[in-house]
Design a protein around this ligand. Structure first.
Ligand SMILES: NC(=O)c1ccc[n+]([C@@H]2O[C@H](COP(=O)([O-])OP(=O)(O)OC[C@H]3O[C@@H](n4cnc5c(N)ncnc54)[C@H](OP(=O)(O)O)[C@@H]3O)[C@@H](O)[C@H]2O)c1
Length: 436
């Protein structure tokens, strides 16, 4: 391994600290990192970094500032040599991110990000998995609301079924039962970048739509029939509820399938995984499920085509902007994951947190991921390369998030849990809802 403890000045650097979510991650670390952890802030402008640091106060007032630009490889080389872990919120990652992955992989520096961009992750895997495996770097994508609840939730179910010796996991469904949150300009820009690429290139569309697009070896994956993401509302006979699409399914399911493959298919070779939004079984459920499905379609179409995008651009947040303090405080999410094992037993996972999922809860997730990579190295799985949260940090990160107040549980069940009516579980302010 190129990396040795003690040969770096800093434990964690937050790159992108002047952006909307980067500022929140820096704030989380200022309030929650144990004393003595050496943290730095990085970005393009020293003056703006100094302003951010001044706003954090307390322990953060002595944090060093590092000036670096994704377009300047020399500045990135200096950045990654200064730290054990770089937590980056510099996005859109497809445009700004790959040079940092290269620098971390080459220098043996651990890396955590918040990307939701499948095409970026595929390129990162193709180009740098081998390099990072050689230097011992752990490159971990999607360490926020996308895809930590999915990836760690399924891992917990696997641990529960394994402990009971009840066979492999088979049909597994993540149901978002409640969610309230907002969206930032950076997230919208990242989503639009991927839609543009899919519109311009059949190959990009094929990659994004392939359920195993992030797998280490496409040919080694089993053929389990159609596993496309749900597009419309429908009644789910097995769960007894109405379900509709979940907008992040296209990313999260690929990450979870990569985790299974990197674990040598420990979840099972017949592991079929999907993610949906749940609307309960009340009388209004089919109408709500259909309305949300239509809303998702309309929003994606609106943001895909230039004229309506320009119009929406006048009301949606711009890069640097995002949900207000109040929206972030009032947000929450509740997720259930159902699985059936090859021995026919059912398990239920619950993942829940208070705070806007994409921003408040995400800053806890990325902050704890960075601390986990920096401080818990001797408790992490013995793996390097381009990894997932579950394969890079697994049970150690689950414990950290539980200690930080997030709910992550899994247990065997004999009966399905009651489903709350969807209308009470959802935000009441349309502008508040997470759009991507
Ligand atoms: N996974 C999740 O759950 C989740 C949640 C939230 C956000 N995200 C993702 O996180 C990313 C950031 O979102 P955001 O809302 O914080 O965006 P933002 O406010 O636009 O912030 C972007 C940051 O990137 C920096 N940056 C841009 N180009 C750079 C370059 N060439 N070199 C160095 N820094 C550069 C910006 O620096 P300047 O200040 O100098 O412009 C800024 O600090 C997006 O990709 C978004 O999709 C994911």
């Amino acid at each position: 391994m190129g990396w040795m403890s003690g040969d770096r000045d800093l434990d964690v650097v937050v790159f992108g600290a002047t952006g909307f979510v980067g500022r929140l991650v820096a704030g989380y670390l200022a309030d929650h990192a144990p004393p003595g952890v050496r943290i730095g802030l990085a970005g393009r402008s020293e003056r703006r970094l100094a302003d951010i640091r001044a706003g954090l106060g307390g322990a953060a007032s002595s944090w060093p500032l590092l000036v670096a630009d994704s377009a300047d490889p020399r500045s990135l080389a200096a950045l990654v040599r200064a730290a054990r872990v770089v937590a980056t919120t510099v996005g859109p990652y497809r445009r700004q991110g790959l040079a940092l992955v290269e620098a971390c992989a080459s220098a043996g520096t651990d890396y955590a990000d918040l990307t939701g961009e499948v095409l970026f992750m595929r390129e990162s895997i193709d180009r740098y998995h081998g390099v990072a495996a050689g230097t011992g770097a752990r490159i971990v994508h999607s360490c926020g609301f996308d895809s930590i609840p999915s990836d760690l939730g399924v891992l917990l179910l696997h641990h529960a079924a394994r402990a009971d010796d009840t066979g492999d996991m088979e049909d597994t469904t993540l149901v978002v039962t409640a969610l309230r949150g907002g969206v930032s300009g950076g997230t919208l820009a990242s989503g639009m970048g991927q839609w543009d690429e899919m519109r311009a290139s059949d190959e990009a569309r094929r990659l994004v739509e392939d359920p195993y697009t992030l797998s280490p070896s496409r040919e080694a994956e089993p053929d389990l029939g159609d596993q496309s993401d749900l597009q419309w509302a429908r009644h789910d006979a097995e769960l007894g509820i109405w379900v509709g699409p979940f907008i992040m399914a296209g990313l999260n399911t690929r990450v979870v399938r990569r985790s299974n493959a990197l674990h040598d298919w420990a979840y099972g070779r017949r592991f079929r995984y999907r993610e949906v939004t749940g609307f309960g079984s009340g009388r209004a459920a089919p109408v709500q499920a259909a309305a949300v499905a239509a809303g998702v379609k309309a929003l994606t179409a609106g943001l895909t085509f230039p004229p309506s995008r320009a119009l929406l651009g006048t009301v949606l947040p711009r890069p640097g902007q995002g949900p207000s303090d109040n929206t972030r405080r009032r947000g929450f999410f509740r997720i259930q994951i159902h699985t059936r094992t090859s021995a026919g037993l059912r398990y239920l996972g619950k993942i829940e947190a208070r705070g806007d999922p994409g921003y408040a809860a995400t800053s806890v997730m990325l902050g704890e991921s960075a601390l986990c990579l920096a401080l818990d190295r001797d408790r992490l799985p013995d793996r390097a390369g381009v990894l997932t949260p579950a394969t890079a940090m697994g049970a150690t990160l689950i414990k950290r998030l539980q200690s930080a107040g997030h709910t992550l549980t899994a247990q065997r069940i004999t009966q399905l849990p009651p489903q709350p009516p969807a209308d009470r579980a959802r935000g009441d302010d349309a502008a508040d809802k997470r759009a991507f």
